[in-house]
Write a protein that binds this ligand. Structure first.
Ligand SMILES: [Zn+2]
Length: 693
């Protein structure tokens, strides 16, 4: 089904971004293992930490990018199923494309679930693409301008190879929109104040939603397939895991200011590239949340450091990688002296999942790894050892159906008994220096598995395999696939180049929304601290703040009150009309005029929230200064003084607190609390003298 020939490869467009290897070759092998959160900026510098982001954002368009199917429809109905096999012939595999080879090895059956209303023959590669969606192009240009990118003069649609089945055609159509921009990157709480360089922005088609992936069958829904999204790629300049998170948030903020992007689950996803000194760029795919990003990239940095320690140990032991070879054809236990079929030996094993596998007639392969003793137990991530790296490779490529399919001879692995291990070791002629891995699966899968164990073990001599990984909830990652080779892009002959009209760009430029950093500058001019200004610029109520336009005299107070109260009201489900701009504006004008004092701001907001339909001016009147406030206060103070004289033995602090509680609510917004406190203090000390007498 898939054309993976590379003869049309356009080197100019297909070159893998530079820096696959971390520029620093010296790993910090002696770096002490310390928990996440205790590392400083300097520590990450010592590690040679490097990270960049690829932020994917679905656009809010009516249609998909290259056909007229509706975008953004999430369906569960299935009108038809299409079954496909990845069947590239060997000559088509390209010379060294690890991804193509890997996908071929998995022997996956790919099932697409189709729903009539959300997919047509275009997505299934039966009809050529329609004209690119103009709405999506305009939105992408707008985002590119906000990111300060140089726009291309013509959109050239390219095909990017996608061999995991998530795009039925085997390629994604993608068009570069802009290149090389810089945006201000200011995060006071992280001590960051510099420019963030954006490498490029592309407009692309989204892939399918995966429904399940069991054994050799993977199932996709096609509703999301072909929806337009932008991909923003940063330079790999983030220096700490916290900066990665801040950068992802910044880009999300910029693209959202357009109001032309989708929100909600899966609408924004990022890939994170991470490496450390001596390591190699590893891509963690499809991270949905910003919250988990710092731990995720921190753990990846340490996984790389640990793999480099394994590599160093192999070098110290003078192990020869050329011992780790296994032929491609036939059954590896018949041709390799590293591998043996040990099903017979383990027929009665105490390890239940293994015994069941033997009973089902599956093959149990033992793989000897010369000189690896102890290294499979080497920690890589929290709760994971180097053996897990091998097991993950087997899980993804050999596709065993059962959860437990792997054991190794080092401590910490759930495997057969000591005595059974001795038998297994004898079968593969393992010495005390060797480690042994057991994998069990149906015969063909076991053959694939045994080969993968050898291949992955051999990559340990290189340090970090070039791969993409998937994020787990706990911040650890698992193997996903071999990182695609550099020859991934080639021109799409179905779509003519589309000139980007100057007039269109000019129209978009005139209407460009305010960027978060421009907004923050405006708020700083209103007297907000920079930190508060940046936070407000990012807040969902920034538009409300702008609509009520507080003067500099009251702006910081209003911003603080919004930040304290509005998220709370939202959580409680207070209707938005409670805080309509015209209601809040009455309060802000009163604050500016000084007819309501600033201390009453939150109280007025609370009252407005409690009575969304009540007249706002009536609510405000409760706090508005009045001519008889002073007279009323004197009377109230006299009452408090009288009562205080009968509260024998209470401390002045207690009396003050009680007194303020008696007086202040009635005069909030009307009288200066400091004045009230001063007058009350006189009364309290008089009462104390009285009781002392
Ligand atoms: Zn369609």
């Amino acid at each position: 089904m898939t054309d993976v020939s590379t003869d049309q490869t356009n080197k100019e467009h297909g070159v893998r971004p530079p820096g696959d290897l971390n520029p620093r070759p010296d790993p910090a092998l002696d770096f002490p293992d310390r928990p996440f959160g205790s590392l400083t900026r300097q520590d990450y510098e010592v590690l040679g930490f490097m990270s960049g982001l690829e932020v994917h954002q679905q656009l809010l368009t009516e249609s998909k990018l290259f056909c007229r199917c509706p975008a953004g429809r999430r369906v569960t109905r299935v009108d038809a199923e299409v079954l496909r096999h990845m069947r590239p012939t060997l000559s088509e595999l390209g010379e060294y494309d690890g991804t193509a080879l890997m996908e071929f090895k998995t022997r996956k059956e790919i099932v697409y679930l189709l729903e009539r209303g959300s997919v047509c023959t275009y997505e299934m590669d039966d009809t050529p693409p329609f004209e690119i969606d103009p709405e999506a192009v305009a939105s992408a240009i707008e985002i590119a301008l906000l990111l300060d990118l140089d726009l291309v003069s013509e959109l050239h649609v390219m095909r990017k190879q996608y061999l995991d089945g998530s795009i039925p055609t085997g390629f994604q159509r993608t068009a570069m929109v802009g290149l090389t921009g810089t945006i201000p990157f200011r995060v006071p709480e992280l001590g960051v104040d510099r420019a963030l360089r954006i490498r490029q922005l592309s407009l692309e088609e989204d892939s399918c939603r995966e429904v399940s992936d069991v054994g050799h069958r993977i199932t996709f829904r096609t509703d999301r397939l072909g929806m337009p999204l932008t991909e923003t790629v940063t330079e790999p300049e983030f220096q700490t895991p916290q900066e990665v998170q801040a950068g992802a948030r910044l880009i999300a903020r910029v693209v959202r200011t357009t109001g032309k992007v989708r929100r909600g689950a899966g609408a924004a996803r990022q890939d994170v590239n991470v490496s450390v000194a001596g390591g190699r760029r590893v891509e963690i795919k499809g991270v949905h949340h910003h919250r988990g990003l710092p731990l995720l990239v921190h753990l990846e940095a340490f996984r790389q450091l640990n793999l480099l320690r394994v590599k160093a140990a192999l070098t110290d032991r003078s192990i020869d990688p050329s011992a780790l070879v296994v032929g491609e054809g036939g059954l590896p236990w018949e041709s390799s002296d590293l591998i043996a079929d040990v099903g017979g030996t383990l027929r009665h094993t105490s390890l239940v999942p293994l015994r069941h596998a033997v009973e089902r007639g599956e093959t149990v392969a033992a793989v000897r790894l010369p000189g690896f003793v102890g290294l499979l137990a080497h920690p890589t991530q929290p709760g994971r050892d180097f053996g897990y790296e091998l097991a993950e490779r087997v899980r993804v490529i050999a596709c065993p159906r059962e959860r437990h399919f792997f054991a190794h001879s080092d401590p910490g692995s759930r495997g057969p008994s000591e005595a059974e291990w001795r038998e297994v070791r004898r079968a593969v002629r393992a010495t005390a220096d060797d480690a042994v891995v057991l994998v069990w699966a149906p015969r063909d899968d076991a053959a694939t598995a045994a080969r993968e164990v050898v291949l992955r073990a051999r990559e340990a001599f290189d340090g970090i395999p070039a791969e993409t990984r998937q994020a787990h909830r706990d911040g650890t990652t698992g193997f996903e696939r071999i990182l695609p080779g550099p020859d991934r892009m080639y021109p799409d002959t179905d779509t003519p180049p589309l000139p980007v009209a100057d007039r269109l760009v000019a129209e978009i430029r005139v209407d460009l929304p305010e960027t978060p950093w421009h907004r923050a500058v405006r708020y700083v001019a209103l007297g907000l601290t920079e930190q508060h200004a940046l936070r407000l610029a990012d807040a969902p109520w920034a538009d409300l703040f702008d609509a009520v336009a507080p003067a500099a005299t009251v702006a910081p107070r209003v911003a603080t009150a919004f930040a304290r109260r509005l998220p709370r009201y939202r959580r409680r489900g207070v209707p938005a009309r409670a805080h309509a701009a015209e209601r809040i504006a009455l309060l802000v004008r009163a604050l500016e005029a000084g007819t309501v004092r600033l201390e009453a701001t939150e109280a007025v907001l609370d009252d407005l929230a409690a009575a969304p339909s009540a007249d706002a001016d009536t609510i405000l009147a409760r706090y508005r200064r009045d001519d008889d406030d002073v007279a009323r206060f004197e009377a109230a103070l006299a009452d408090v003084a009288k009562a205080a004289r009968h509260m024998n033995g209470r401390s002045p602090t207690t009396l003050m607190r009680w007194g303020m509680g008696q007086l202040m609510p009635a005069f909030l917004g009307r009288l200066d609390p400091a004045v009230v406190r001063g007058r009350l203090s006189d009364v309290v000390s008089a009462a104390a003298h009285g009781s002392a007498r």
